[in-house]
Design a protein around this ligand. Structure first.
Ligand code: ATP
Length: 136
């Protein structure tokens, strides 16, 4: 059965949306198999976001992810990777469709990083890698 890493990023946790967001994923029918709150370190984030090192938004992204706790979860189910990305909506919250997590709860705050509430793995390979990083 497929698994994916879901993160409720620090903006989602700080705004009190953790339960609401996780409830949507559970209500879709995916099974919650791991869950914890993490104070991410710069080292962990360097591993998680290694593909973005050197991009203009990398440093603001890391600073944002260091700004407070992240809720890390593993969900399981057939095609959960695609399914969660569909629930999340497109990266830019201003443009994310209403009905999606980012479309319903996110917007542009005028910052150098998209504070877009959630992360979801984009392939089985990245899911395995990311679950290893956040859950060891
Ligand atoms: P995620 O991987 O977080 O589910 P994604 O795959 O849509 O979202 P990535 O391209 O992996 O996004 O980028 C990682 C994160 O970096 C984004 O979720 C967003 O917070 C931030 N980000 C990405 N592109 C930009 C950008 N052009 N400007 C500002 N922030 C960005």
């Amino acid at each position: 059965v497929e698994r994916t890493l879901v993160l409720v990023k620090p903006d989602g946790v700080a705004r009190g949306l953790t339960g609401t967001i996780l409830a949507r994923v559970e209500a879709k029918g995916y099974k919650l198999v791991q869950l914890k709150l993490v104070d991410a370190t710069r080292e962990l984030l360097e591993r998680h976001y290694e593909e973005h090192i050197g991009k203009p938004f990398y440093e603001p992204l890391v600073e944002f992810m260091l700004s407070g706790p992240t809720a890390a979860a593993v969900f399981e189910g057939q095609r959960v990777i695609e399914g969660f990305r569909s629930l999340a909506g497109t990266t830019e919250p201003t443009l994310a469709a209403p009905g999606t997590i980012r479309g319903d709860f996110g917007r542009d705050w005028g910052l150098k990083v998209q504070q877009n509430l959630v992360h979801g793995s984009d392939s089985p390979e990245s899911a395995a890698r990311e679950i290893g990083i956040w859950f060891g």
